[in-house]
Design a protein around this ligand. Structure first.
Ligand SMILES: [Zn+2]
Length: 126
């Protein structure tokens, strides 16, 4: 490459006009070049932390967004286990067990699992 190209340029750091020897030169001196480099690194760091924050945010909204779906699943369920009922109405499993024992909620025994028809559960609140 010929070295007689002379391109008047404005330094991106100090703003002074200088003659660039190559088309990629953006700064008038080594001092400005170093400063420009530091600036780029800093901007890159900001960019990185921004995209990191965005990732964290999207992860958070994913976690937050998942919960209503779980509840939606429970809402659609006709036959529920004690665990699911305890999740749905926010009562401990033991309280539900006791209610079943006392015959307050009709249920069907499937092996070791007690299954409650949701309609029976809803009757309690009518
Ligand atoms: Zn400069």
């Amino acid at each position: 490459m010929s070295s007689n190209i002379q391109i008047p340029k404005t330094c991106t750091i100090c703003g002074s006009i200088f003659i660039a020897k190559t088309t990629v030169t953006k700064n008038c001196s080594d001092v400005c070049r170093k400063r420009a480099y530091k600036q780029r690194v800093r901007e890159q760091k900001i960019q990185d932390s921004l995209s990191e924050q965005q990732t964290t945010l999207s992860v958070t909204s994913k976690t937050v967004g998942r919960k209503p779906i779980e509840h939606q699943d429970l809402n659609d369920k006709q036959f529920m286990s004690i665990n699911e009922i305890s999740d749905l109405i926010g009562v401990s499993r033991w309280s539900i067990q006791r209610m079943l024992k006392r015959g307050e909620i009709p249920f069907k025994q499937f092996g070791r699992k007690k299954i409650i028809n949701r309609q029976e559960l809803e009757k309690l609140f009518k």
